[in-house]
Design a protein around this ligand. Structure first.
Ligand code: FE2
Ligand code: FE2
Length: 471
């Protein structure tokens, strides 16, 4: 029997009217569901989860809330409404009308941008697939699954663009997005941070705080694109992304809160015996996640990034709000440079420094949450400050990949790095300790001892609501 995809797939792209696109999606959807069963949240297929489902792009009432089995989730395709007479906002084509079809000469670049973004979405689901075995509360378990189904929808969003605009090679790329897997030695995900393991909930909250924030900045830069369907897709994805970062930020706040309570109660910073995560250990997790996320932005000096900007494909964060000529044709910026004597600066064309500019905005945004965590620590009268490590710390991509530095930014030689890195990054013992705290709590209204309960529930429901039903 022919499925009615226009009904199964909520959408605002007139899916029912496009036979070619329907056929492509009909072929891809079963492969997607196979992937969800094999690589998605483990042993969760029969759970009824209180999920929000996107059903439109209108700011009032874009989402529907209700209990659903995740394999029955209605992964939809939504583009923000077109802006009338929108023009390209930056680069060499600034002022020209936006493209509604792929500009032929930029086909390869656009495909690469869409595939790279698309690859991160299912990757994160794969990385998080075992967390459902150890939730600190039903509320958190539901949030994990909410993030997972929405990353699945983000994959749909990118696959829609590939199917709708790239013909046969788009279909091949859509298949390949289901064939690469996080951490697979033979067919890994494209970006390294999306091959790391996320097997404890401290890592999950760090992931949704830092990796999803990288997602926010990439999507924001792509939402400026002169290729209008990409821009409109990313604008709607950003509304979902905000929730992922909310999960990360409030999750970390609740951990810091609980740790501080335990520090006061037991009068020691080492709250391990009391079943808490010590602040210095939280700092190590920050050091790890933040530094691998800096790598996601790519090299400080990049010809690809310069091209994407010149071509009008990928802009700066909040491009339209910036007070300059938006072409940057003759502008220059200073970037760091590694020399025999240490770190110096060099001057390069501003367009070539796009990755670094976006990364700096990410850093400012990341610091805001840390300020909130530090307020909690201060309110408990504890002398400790959580910080973002220096940009030189633990880098594998770009200028600083060639050197070692401490979290404070001091250059260190390999010997000292080897000697001290266990004090800066999570060790096997640290990870084993955090995993030892991960005892599942699934009674409604109950919460694990290492994290404070949330301030409020979801969508007006109380914290002790049965957000996940296990039958
Ligand atoms: Fe996403
Ligand atoms: Fe996300």
């Amino acid at each position: 029997m022919q499925a009615n995809y226009n009904e199964i797939i909520p959408n605002n792209v007139d899916l029912g009217d496009d036979r070619r696109l329907l056929r492509a999606l009909e072929r891809w959807q079963p492969a997607y569901l196979r992937w969800w069963h094999e690589m998605g949240p483990a042993e969760s297929n029969d759970f009824q989860v209180y999920l929000r489902t996107a059903i439109s792009v209108d700011s009032d009432g874009w989402a529907h809330f209700g209990h659903v089995r995740m394999p029955d989730y209605r992964w939809g395709i939504f583009l923000a409404r077109p802006e009338a007479d929108r023009t390209i906002g930056f680069g060499d084509h600034r002022g020209a009308p936006v493209w509604t079809e792929i500009p032929g000469e930029y086909r390869g670049e656009l495909r690469r941008l869409i595939v790279t973004q698309g690859d991160t979405e299912p990757a994160s689901v794969e990385q998080q697939r075992r967390l459902g075995a150890t939730p600190p509360s039903l509320y958190d378990l539901r949030n994990l699954y909410q993030v997972n189904v929405e990353e699945g929808r983000h994959l749909w969003a990118m696959v829609y663009l590939l199917h709708a605009h790239f013909g046969r090679d788009g279909r091949e790329e859509a298949e390949a997005l289901l064939e690469r897997h996080a951490g697979d030695p033979d067919r890994p995900r494209i970006l390294q941070a999306f091959n790391e393991r996320t097997d404890d909930w401290l890592s999950f909250f760090m992931f949704t705080y830092f990796q999803d924030r990288d997602g926010k900045f990439q999507l924001a830069a792509l939402s400026e694109s002169g290729f209008d369907p990409l821009s409109r897709t990313c604008r709607f994805m950003l509304t979902e992304e905000a929730h992922h970062m909310f999960v990360g930020e409030t999750g970390l706040m609740r951990i810091v809160q609980r740790t501080c309570e335990l520090v006061r109660e037991h009068d020691t910073l080492d709250v391990r015996a009391a079943g808490g995560v010590p602040l210095p250990m939280i700092q190590k997790w920050i050091n790890f996640h933040y530094s691998i996320c800096l790598d996601l932005f790519g090299s400080e000096r990049s010809t690809n990034a310069a091209n994407y900007f010149a071509m009008g494909l990928k802009g700066r964060y909040q491009e339209s709000k910036r007070d300059d000529d938006h072409t940057l044709a003759d502008e220059q910026i200073e970037i760091p440079k590694v020399t025999a004597d240490g770190i110096d600066t060099q001057v390069i064309a501003a367009r070539a420094g796009m990755n670094l500019l976006l990364r700096r905005d990410f850093t400012l945004d990341s610091q805001r949450g840390l300020d909130r965590f530090n307020k909690i620590i201060k309110a408990h009268d504890i002398d400790f400050e959580l910080t973002l490590p220096d940009e030189k710390f633990n880098r594998a991509i770009g200028i600083f990949a060639a050197i070692h530095a401490s979290p404070a930014g001091a250059l260190v030689d390999s010997e000292r790095w080897e000697r001290e890195k266990d004090a800066w990054l999570p060790t096997a013992d640290d990870r084993a300790f955090v995993r030892s705290l991960m005892i599942p709590v699934t009674d409604p209204g109950k919460v694990a001892g290492w994290i404070a309960p949330p301030k409020r529930g979801i969508h007006g429901k109380p914290f002790d609501y049965d957000y996940v039903r296990f039958h």
